[in-house]
Design a protein around this ligand. Structure first.
Ligand code: PEP
Ligand code: MG
Length: 596
């Protein structure tokens, strides 16, 4: 029945306000129902959300259930039913305790301890005794459990400290017991009997204790964005994840689904013989990432420089302990988001020094303040602007206070004196030739290597002239995409537009890379596009000379680059420019790279 309902829902599908990319596929497929042996025509349905962690999975869907205790009937029980009611409570509490204990066994570390403690708490004799007394006095079991829990919580809260912190656990146990008594499914993440794809409206922090990557092959939520709790946990655990999948509600529990988190898609009724080999290949690829040890090299032997994006000394140290060959983007504005006044030259130099010393003798690209828009700094930006993303940000803040820029350059120069590596400096949001000439002069006067970011379309269009002036450029694909597509990068509803696979964006990147090659000047990419393993191959094929990304993304990119040749990368770079949209570009690139 559920299957039929799901099939019906898809035929009711209304065009979405938000264009979905790639287009939806609905193919008629014969599906054989094992129980009846009958072959009937069913449809394959694919729905889309926002990709967060790449990976493929094919497994039954398991829903996180949201149970809220309803208004309970408190009519006193007749004497004759009280004993049975007591047994019913004991069984419900024992079931809950056993489930929690089983989950504790599946989990690891702190999560396992938390679940084991919850299991013990649900079997607590003092609690049980109090509930028994209430039932004996005629209170129905669910009401007795609820009232007793509240009494315990009041006591715990009065005691304060660690005891008070246990009230959340206690209320969670009570909800589980009441759900069991009412015959409702277990609230929260269900006890999984086989590896599954976990579906939820969104994950609450409490749901995340005990998420076991061996049992949860992918995570898909209806709500959330790329910075939501679900996304953070998925990244930490390395579970393929998609968020903001608006039509997720049509997926029945238990139905096998195919998740392609790199495309942000979930398919119902996917042909097993087609998807299983892909999933197996993906598992092998993820294994290769775990085993990747750098430095990055294409299968045809060419080395690729992989750098880290960092925002402070601690992040730089962490990146240096991994496989980063230097820093491709040091976001200096993020060091000062909380400060109420402009740090002195010495204060600034000390912060910059921490990053430089993490990479002795290596390249560190320090970016001058990119304050404004989504990164306002009290002492550097305008308080209120009608349209901040198109406002006074990056280099443009020098219009408000030119001294800020030169004082920062002095601080970077001071820090660089103590660094024997390559001290490169680049400037964000540069858009005119006079700006390029001006910043290049100021940077070089201080003995530093001078560059600009290419993140305003004007810079990409004028790149022939700009590259004559500077020593290098780095393409900020996050902003370049936002400005080329006229789509706010902070707006989750515009995710289809703020996708660097958009052919218009790729065309500009290809142009910048080509001119860089012609003039023999380095062209890096430091936006999120560099962290997409497939897009990274395309960028190298276009002639980009370095890729900078979150340090955690480096093994994934490195492993993918190691699996393809330069010829394949160049072929992929050529075909994406013929694509109709972002989905088409992805598909063309994958084919050219020999990926399924
Ligand atoms: C970019 O725009 O791609 C970039 C790297 O800069 P930020 O994300 O800090 O704006
Ligand atoms: Mg930017």
């Amino acid at each position: 029945m559920e299957l039929v309902a799901a099939r019906q829902q898809q035929s009711d599908h209304q065009p979405s306000l938000i264009p979905l990319d790639p287009p939806k596929s609905e193919t008629l497929l014969p599906v054989r129902f094992i129980s009846t042996g009958k072959v009937i025509m069913s449809t394959e349905k694919t729905i889309y959300g926002t990709p967060v962690v790449n990976g493929l999975a094919y497994a039954p869907a398991a829903w996180v259930s949201r149970f809220q205790i309803p208004k309970l009937d408190a009519t006193p029980l007749p004497e004759s039913e009280r004993e049975t009611e007591t047994t019913r409570f004991d069984q419900a509490a024992a079931t809950v305790s056993a489930r929690l204990a089983a989950r504790a066994k599946q989990a690891v570390g702190t999560a396992s301890d938390v679940l084991a403690a919850q299991s013990e708490l649900s079997a607590d004799p003092g609690y049980r005794q109090m509930v028994h007394q209430a039932i004996k006095a005629g209170t129905p079991a669910a009401v007795a459990a609820l009232q007793t829990t509240e009494k315990f919580c009041a006591m715990f809260e009065k005691a304060g400290g660690l005891m008070a912190e246990r009230t959340t656990d206690l209320r969670d146990i009570c909800t589980r017991v009441v759900a069991e008594l009412l015959g409702e499914p277990e609230p929260g993440v269900p006890q999984l009997r086989e590896p599954s794809v976990l579906l939820a409206d969104d994950l609450a922090p409490a749901d995340t204790a005990g998420l076991n990557p061996e049992m949860i092959l992918a995570l898909v939520t209806e709500q959330g964005g790329s910075t939501s709790h679900t996304s953070i946990i998925a990244r930490q655990l390395g579970i393929p994840c998609i968020v903001a999948m608006r039509e997720l509600g049509c997926v029945p529990p238990g139905e096998k689904v195919f998740v392609d988190a790199s495309l942000g898609s979930l398919t119902l009724g996917a042909p097993v013989h087609e998807v299983l080999p892909r999933v197996e290949a993906d598992v092998r690829a993820r294994e290769a990432i775990r085993n990747w040890a750098g430095p990055a090299r294409l299968a045809s032997g060419e080395e690729v420089e992989l750098l880290a994006n960092v925002q402070d000394g601690a992040g730089a140290q962490k990146a240096a302990s991994g496989y980063a060959q230097g820093v491709g983007l040091f976001r200096t504005e993020l060091c000062f988001l909380d400060s109420t006044h402009e740090p002195t030259l010495d204060e600034q130099a000390a912060v910059y020094c921490e990053v430089l010393t993490a990479f002795p003798n290596q390249k560190v690209v320090t970016r001058t303040l990119d304050s404004g828009s989504d990164k306002p700094i009290a002492w550097a930006t305008l308080e209120q602007e009608p349209n901040p993303a198109l406002g006074v940000r990056g280099l443009r803040t020098t219009g408000l206070n030119q001294g800020l820029f030169t004082r920062q350059l002095d601080a970077i120069a001071a820090a660089s004196k103590q660094h024997s590596g390559k001290n490169w400096v680049m400037v964000p949001m540069v858009s005119t030739l006079p700006e390029v000439k001006w910043v290049t002069k100021l940077i070089r006067e201080r003995g530093l290597v001078a560059g600009i970011m290419v993140e305003v379309p004007a810079a990409a269009i004028m790149i022939d002239h700009f590259l004559e002036e500077v020593d290098f450029v780095s393409i900020g694909t996050n902003d370049l995409t936002q400005y080329v597509m006229a789509a706010d990068r902070m707006n989750a509803n515009l995710a289809t537009y703020t996708d660097s696979w958009q052919p218009a964006v790729l065309t500009l990147i290809a142009r910048v890379a080509r001119v860089g090659q012609e003039k023999g000047k380095p062209v890096g990419v430091c936006g999120e596009a560099a962290a997409d393993p497939v897009l990274a191959c395309v960028l190298i094929g276009m002639g980009v000379t370095s890729l900078s990304m979150a340090a955690t993304a480096i093994p994934g990119v490195g492993a993918q680059l190691g699996a393809v040749t330069l010829d394949q990368c160049q072929a992929a770079a050529a075909v994406v420019l013929q694509a109709a949209d972002a989905g088409d570009a992805r598909a063309r690139a994958r084919r050219a790279l020999g990926l399924r």
